[in-house]
Design a protein around this ligand. Structure first.
Ligand code: PDD
Length: 290
């Protein structure tokens, strides 16, 4: 697998970072994951804009212009063997010669990228939906920043792995926030409902695509806080992320989502949204959106 580290393209197995890197010592850095379809990066400008916001949020100067980022990303994609990829980008506050919490002066940031094969959910998961559980949201108050301080997400995701399900959805103060690495949408009486992009959730790029598709196709939708009770009584639920796209939730804490004959099966609004997303993505695969 190919990587990029501080100005050099190289095999991932040859990339080396100092143990004094502040990413390693303090999780002092930000990241992005950009999906690539048929070698076209998906929504690259939006990912780079969110990256800029994350870097500003942790007071780390962006080391590259968007044109420079684009050149690095496109070359990495070209050098990677897969047509469908996930480009990982990380910038940390670099490696100082000592361990000190204060920002170092005169230390170059560490810039690291690699690209892997894009492996989404299986065909069976896409067709039948996935099981998820809920847990309290134990993260900090700036969940809108995509930082590498992911230990709370890791611990939360592991709760679902421990019981053999696909994701953990988090609740804070009686409200739905998001999944450990996904945004969450509910449907009640045909209306799509999702929490607003505030400090409590990551402003998902896929979340934006889904809301754009809802608006374009005039599907009723509301962006507002979603209570735990609304989550548990939703007719349909789905997850979104760059790697999962639009993925139906079949069961929540062991209970089938929805009621009647369709309980526990992906509902009509979810299926429709997944189809709109697929059509949009196929367009990008033919022409790119760069
Ligand atoms: N995760 N919420 C969280 C906490 C996330 O980590 C992610 C993405 C999302 C969805 O955002 P997007 O649609 O832009 O991928 C929501 C990425 C894929 C990851 O960490 O691997």
């Amino acid at each position: 697998m190919r990587a990029y580290l501080n100005g050099q393209f190289l095999p991932l197995s040859e990339a080396r970072i100092s143990p004094l890197d502040r990413g390693f010592l303090y999780a002092d850095g930000a990241y992005e994951v950009i999906p690539v379809y048929s070698r076209f990066p998906f929504r690259i400008d939006e990912h780079l804009r969110r990256f800029q916001d994350s870097l500003e949020g942790i007071r780390l100067a962006n080391p590259h212009t968007n044109a420079e980022w684009r050149a690095i990303i496109l070359r990495l994609i070209a050098e990677t063997e897969f047509d469908d990829q996930q480009v990982y980008i990380q910038v940390t506050r670099g490696a100082d010669s000592k361990r000190d919490q204060c920002f170092p002066t005169g230390v170059a940031p560490t810039i690291f990228l690699f690209s892997a094969s894009l492996t989404g959910p299986s065909a069976a998961q896409r067709e039948s939906g996935v099981a998820v559980i809920t847990a309290p949201d134990i993260r900090w108050s700036r969940c809108d920043l995509k930082t590498v301080s992911l230990l709370p997400n890791v611990l939360t995701r592991q709760l679902s792995a421990d019981v053999g399900v696909s994701e953990t959805i988090m609740l804070r103060d009686g409200l739905l926030t998001e999944g450990s690495a996904t945004n969450v949408f509910a449907v009640k009486n045909g209306v799509i409902i999702t929490p607003p992009k505030d400090h409590r959730i990551l402003p998902g790029i896929t979340y934006d695509v889904v809301l754009e598709l809802a608006a374009k196709h005039q599907a009723a939708h509301e962006i507002r806080p979603v209570t735990e009770q609304e989550l548990r009584s939703a007719d349909e639920l789905w997850l979104t992320s760059s790697t999962k796209e639009v993925l139906a939730i079949a069961t929540l804490d062991g209970q089938p989502v929805g009621s009647g004959a369709r309980a526990g099966k992906p509902g009509p609004v979810t299926r429709q949204m997944a189809a709109w997303f697929r059509a949009y993505k196929e367009d990008v695969m033919r022409h790119g959106d760069v």
